[in-house]
Design a protein around this ligand. Structure first.
Ligand code: ZN
Length: 299
């Protein structure tokens, strides 16, 4: 299987009046599919959300990070994706085993899986006391249009968002990627119309990836050749969990809860939602934690 590194490019177009991002997320979505054993409808929904998350992460700087939550009324349940400015992305869906028949266009029925009603929440940790929160109702459930609506309504930035995941008949991910094109002040009505027509008439992102287009190539299909790429970054799956963090969580349960856990189960298995890694603790290890959880005498 083709092994191209996942990259994100960002730049400007049309004399600086358009901000552009495009990303290939094939390896990231393959990793998400593998870790969570998602079936195609869930793979596409999680993959599209992770692709949007990767791009929105690239809009941040330094240690800033964000969480995307899609809470629709479809069978997939909640979709959660974390991303940061370093290109690290992780995510999960409540119900990975969702496989619906193709929609009327013969594509994966993402809206059927996500649901056409619900909310898209964006939570950004910008290092301030309170995180930034933006929410919009879902307007389609296909996710591209929902992110477009979020940018227009919550961030007052008119944008075009294209997200795509192509899944093979056996459930493996063939291609994944997307773009976000944002209109900055100064565009004329004629230019806005030209851009809308270009976005409206271009092939689906997965078709472009299937034709071998790079992220930069996808952007050229949207904005033409008046495009300047400013930089490029790697995108990859990365989870922040560790045995140490899980230990801290267990200790923070407190003495009586830990005591109960030892008596009832004699062991513990904690599975990370985001990466599906299982951390197990036997009785001896739990008893050691119990020692740590006991309040220390004041000396
Ligand atoms: Zn994890």
């Amino acid at each position: 299987m083709e092994q191209l590194k996942d990259v994100l490019v960002r730049g400007t177009a049309w004399g600086g009046k358009i901000r552009v991002f495009a990303v290939r997320t094939t390896e990231l979505v393959r990793e998400l599919q593998r870790r969570h054993n998602t079936l195609p409808t869930a793979t596409a929904a999680l993959g599209r959300t992770a692709t949007a998350g990767a791009i929105m992460g690239a809009m941040l700087k330094g240690e800033e990070k964000l969480t995307v939550q899609v809470k629709g009324n479809g069978p997939i349940g909640q979709i959660v994706v974390d991303a940061n400015a370093n290109g690290e992305v992780r995510g999960y869906v409540d119900n990975p085993e969702v496989l619906l028949p193709s929609n009327a266009e013969g594509k994966i029925d993402v809206a059927g899986g996500v649901g056409r009603e619900g909310y898209l929440h964006i939570i950004k940790d910008l290092g301030l006391k309170d995180p930034y929160r933006g929410s919009v109702p879902l307007i389609s459930g296909e996710l591209g249009e929902d992110f477009t609506y979020y940018f227009a309504l919550s961030e007052q930035t008119p944008s075009a968002v294209g997200l795509g995941v192509l899944v093979d008949a056996d459930g493996t991910v063939i291609h994944a990627g997307g773009f976000i094109v944002q209109l900055l002040p100064g565009l004329t009505d004629a230019e806005i119309t030209r851009l809308e027509q270009a976005v409206g008439s271009m092939p689906h992102v997965t078709s472009l990836l299937d034709q071998g287009e790079s992220p930069e190539g996808i952007l050229r299909r949207v904005v033409g050749d008046d495009l300047t790429i400013h930089d490029q970054m790697d995108i990859r799956f990365q989870c922040k969990c560790s045995r140490d963090r899980v230990l801290q969580t267990l200790v923070s349960l407190g003495e009586s809860e830990l005591q109960q856990l030892i008596e009832d189960d004699g062991e513990a298995e904690i599975v990370c939602h985001f990466c599906n890694e299982a951390y197990t603790f036997d009785r001896a290890q739990l008893e050691q934690l119990l020692e740590q959880a006991r309040p220390k005498p004041i000396q």
